[in-house]
Design a protein around this ligand. Structure first.
Ligand code: GTP
Ligand code: MG
Length: 421
């Protein structure tokens, strides 16, 4: 099965929590703090695997989570870092942030890697909070959560040249004649259901990759026929070989065919419709095609498009096409992909302050959630540290600006306290 789009959930590992612990030694009644730091959570990383051809794996597994960091231990033992999770993808996979639809990475080269979610930092253990005046800190930091997001994966085949045209015009026949690929060929429409790739390797030319996609028909951009889904796979090509049935055996006019397909291309993507084209007038072994080739030549010379007289079935005229195309490839300057890489803001800890109906100052947000995890409200040292963090973050200052007075109530989730200057 050929799968070329997928939406998956990825989450990096959370950091391990710092540990609260005190040394216990024989004959030492009051040991110092010895709680170790938590380990870092593992990252989620995409990596190009040259053996993969489709995104089929992602049809079955949709959730990917890296390992969390271990919690810190007693005796200043560090928690082990979580292992990174490496997700293999085929070359040509575009990674998008599902929420914004923006491109985060385009993985093209063998072995190329991209960190899509960073693991959370481990929390510091209580031994790190010991100071000359705070010899027995009864609190530690919790680990930071790992980043998480939904991403869409889109496979865009890596081919230099694409074969396009109506169904049954002989695209797959051409691929089978000039490359080692063995696509299905038959005398009916939509024989080809998924893209095929082959390498054109002839003496005297630089080899290139040729892609054959399912046939297009009028209304393709609206999803008629196999729709335009497969046009994605010729987006990276540099040249299009537009195959036209010159025999007119199916009752269509070859010149009409040319314009109709180009109209569909344009409706799908302006960029695609501007790619250089070469026209292959195929099935020239069928009587009556000569006249059509002449008309095609006349018409397309207006657009500066070369028309080749071909009989793919008997392998006539194909070599000339491949030489011509290869020459075109040599002369096309590689254009830079013109998208902007989207780097989502790292999840920072945020908070807001507002007044409640009862006059209390309410502080809420992820910063508060995390801070409260590290507070031991039964421990005065811990509360002092807590107060210090509020001060450092500028929250006390902000409260004062809002007009807070001694004795006013401050509420953070379930935790309330009276403000004292
Ligand atoms: N007479 C003649 N028949 C040809 C020629 N090239 C291809 N055919 C026949 O045309 C039919 C369609 O060929 P395919 O290569 O499957 O066409 P396609 O464009 O890939 O078709 P779809 O995959 O359906 O879009 C087959 O029966 C081929 O044998 C040719 O040069 N001359
Ligand atoms: Mg085909």
């Amino acid at each position: 099965m050929f799968v070329d789009v997928a939406k998956i959930y990825v989450k990096a590992g959370d950091g391990g929590h710092g540990c609260v612990s005190f040394r216990r030694e024989k004959y030492v009644p009051f040991g110092g703090p010895d709680g170790g730091d938590g380990g870092r959570g593992g990252d989620v990383i995409f990596k190009v695997d040259p053996n993969m051809r489709t995104l089929l794996d992602f049809k079955y597994q949709k959730k990917y989570e890296a390992q969390r960091g271990e919690n810190g231990g007693t005796n200043n033992k560090f928690g082990k870092d979580g292992e990174d999770l490496i997700i293999k993808v085929p070359a040509g996979t575009v990674i998008k942030d599902a929420e914004s639809g923006r491109i985060m990475a385009d993985l093209v080269d063998e072995g190329q890697e991209f960190v899509v979610c960073k693991g959370g930092r481990g929390g510091r253990g209580n031994s790190r909070f010991a100071t000359p005046t705070r010899q027995a800190p009864n609190f530690a930091e919790p680990g930071m959560p790992g980043e998480e997001r939904w991403v869409t994966l889109e496979l865009k085949l890596l081919a230099d040249v694409g074969l396009i045209g109506f169904p049954n015009v002989g695209k797959s026949t051409i691929l089978s004649m000039v490359t080692g690929a063995k696509p299905k060929i038959a005398n009916y429409h939509f024989t080809t259901l998924t893209p095929n790739l082959g390498v054109v390797d002839m003496q005297g030319i630089k080899s290139f990759v040729l892609a054959d996609i399912p046939g297009l028909i009028e209304g393709a951009h609206e999803g008629v026929g196999l729709g335009i889904d497969f046009l994605r796979h010729v987006e990276r090509t540099k040249v299009l070989i537009h195959v036209i049935d010159a025999s007119g055996i199916e009752g269509r006019d070859p010149i009409d065919d040319f314009y109709k397909i180009n109209e569909e291309l344009k409706l799908y993507s302006e960029k695609l419709s501007k790619k250089p084209q070469v026209v292959v007038a195929n099935k020239c072994d069928i009587p009556g095609s000569e006249e059509n080739v002449k008309r095609l030549r006349e018409e397309l010379s207006k657009h500066g498009i070369e028309v080749f007289e071909v009989s793919a079935a008997t392998n006539k005229g194909l070599k000339e096409v491949m030489f011509y195309v290869s020459n075109m490839l040599d002369n096309i300057v590689e254009e830079k992909e013109d998208y902007e890489v989207y780097v989502p803001e790292e999840k920072r800890f945020t908070y807001t302050i507002r007044r409640d109906d009862d006059g209390a100052y309410v502080i809420e947000g992820s910063f508060v959630d995390r801070l409260l995890l590290s507070v031991n409200i039964y421990d005065s040292e811990s509360l002092k540290y807590f107060h210090k963090v509020l001060e450092k973050r500028g929250i006390i200052e902000e409260l004062k600006k809002m007009g807070i007075q001694d004795g006013d109530l401050v509420r953070m989730n379930d935790f309330e306290f009276e403000f004292v200057e």
